[in-house]
Design a protein around this ligand. Structure first.
Ligand SMILES: NC(=O)c1ccc[n+]([C@@H]2O[C@H](COP(=O)([O-])OP(=O)(O)OC[C@H]3O[C@@H](n4cnc5c(N)ncnc54)[C@H](O)[C@@H]3O)[C@@H](O)[C@H]2O)c1
Ligand SMILES: O=C(O)CC[C@@H](O)C(=O)O
Length: 387
């Protein structure tokens, strides 16, 4: 029996897909599988029992991904599963920044008991007049699952869209509206756009994508939207830009002490993925991937190990070997099995960056002795006998 734990609430629709091989525990220390959304895992111990972590969502900056790889713990995420939800909120964010809907609605709330509220509203409404987004220039930094959807939707609303992503995938490029202008120099986004929205993961490379230098290049009255992670926008530079009027509005999904309570910020409490549809999609994908890995050793949508799929094991044994991506590993594994007289029925080996995974179906079960021999090969991180 495998034990799983949820570090955040995970949608029932997903949890119901856990098979009879799993039982829930509220003790993280004894879990073989973890389901998580935004809970920070960097300070949590990665115990010997832990086989896999599934992030029901896209961003994995709350998980020690590299450390997990070094221990053979597979980290999954659910690419695209919440992208539509975020896209819709980004469009809402642009509208909220362009028309003072929040100010107007708040004013109406103050009029409770006013019999003449209709007439008062007609007098008051000029305070909340705004602009349309139609015809305005939107710069999208990062054209992945969310950025591409935002670009297409904004284009459909009549915005002129400029997109920047040096690592864009072929699939995304195919799905991008032909009206989206492909920008090769990020500074062109900074210089030309009325709205700039960031949709990249937070990494050492992308931290402070929007800093003093970037803001200096921007048009006066620019609106910046950040539904990705707070660290992508340098807060000191942002506050300076808001203070001197360069930035008209900052719309963000990330509340920090620095950005709340400022009349030019619209701060949403991380609601990007908080729709029933997104929560269901993420939970279903996360659980399916976890179960397939734990029961079959197959890997799909891992951020630290490669995709690998041998289907359901129909022979006597299956062993999964996590190892460094170096030469002569497979030769050593097959030699150990051959020496033990075990025939290999099927095998796959894939790599991702510095790490690799070899999955082997065998005509006989891999014994503890053989497992130890494989584990002793220089460069092997972990050996898991799946069957
Ligand atoms: N607010 C929310 O609730 C919410 C929900 C989902 C995702 N997110 C955040 O949004 C981010 C993006 O999500 P996604 O689903 O679109 O991910 P994704 O992986 O599909 O897309 C990320 C894109 O960024 C691009 N990229 C990477 N580095 C770049 C760089 N330096 N410059 C330009 N482009 C670069 C990649 O090529 C990729 O196309 C996530 O990493 C997460 O932090 C937030
Ligand atoms: O789980 C959430 O609510 C937020 C998820 C989001 O930030 C993500 O990166 O997918």
């Amino acid at each position: 029996m495998f034990k799983y734990t949820c570090l955040n609430p995970i949608a029932r629709l997903g949890l119901d897909l856990m098979t009879d091989a799993f039982v829930e525990t509220d003790k993280y220390e004894e879990a073989n599988a973890v389901l998580v959304r935004s809970a920070k895992m960097h300070d949590m111990e990665l115990g010997e029992e832990l086989l896999a972590i599934a992030r029901a969502g896209a961003g994995v900056n709350n998980i020690p991904v590299e450390e997990c790889a070094k221990k053979g713990i597979v980290v999954f995420n659910t690419p695209g599963a919440n992208a539509n939800a975020v896209k819709e909120l980004v469009i809402a964010g642009m509208l909220l920044a362009s028309r003072d809907i929040i100010g107007g609605v708040n004013w109406v709330d103050t009029q409770e008991g006013n019999e003449n509220v209709g007439a008062a509203a007609e007098k008051q409404k000029k305070q909340y007049a705004g602009e349309e987004i139609y015809g305005k220039k939107l710069g999208v930094i990062g054209l992945g699952a969310i950025g591409a959807r935002v670009a297409n939707a904004a284009s459909g609303l009549g915005m002129k869209v400029l997109g920047y992503d040096p690592y864009i995938s072929v699939d995304t490029a195919w799905n991008l509206s032909s009206t989206v202008e492909h920008i090769k120099d990020i500074n062109e986004i900074f210089k030309n756009c009325d709205f700039i929205t960031v949709h990249v993961p937070l990494t050492a490379d992308t931290k402070n994508t929007i800093d003093d230098k970037a803001i200096e290049l921007m048009k006066d009255g620019v609106v910046i939207l950040n539904f990705s992670r707070d660290g992508l926008v340098n807060e000191d530079a942002l506050l300076k830009g808001l203070e001197n009027g360069k930035i008209k509005k900052y719309v963000t999904d990330f509340a920090t002490p620095g950005v709340i309570g400022n009349e030019d910020t619209i701060v949403i409490p991380h609601l990007g993925a908080s729709t029933k549809e997104a929560e269901d999609n993420c939970a279903v994908m996360a659980v399916n991937q976890l179960v397939n890995y734990i029961e079959n050793g197959n890997i799909k949508n891992s951020v630290n190990f490669p995709n690998c799929d041998l289907g359901v094991c129909e022979v006597a044994g299956r062993v999964g070997i996590f190892h460094k991506n170096i030469t002569n590993m497979i030769g050593q594994f097959t030699a150990i099995l051959a020496e033990a007289g075990i025939n290999i029925e099927k095998m796959t080996n894939q790599s991702k960056g510095d790490f690799a995974y070899t999955l082997i179906d065998t005509a006989a079960t891999v014994t503890d002795d053989l497992k130890a021999k494989i584990a002793a090969v220089d460069g092997v991180i972990k050996v898991r006998v799946v069957k």
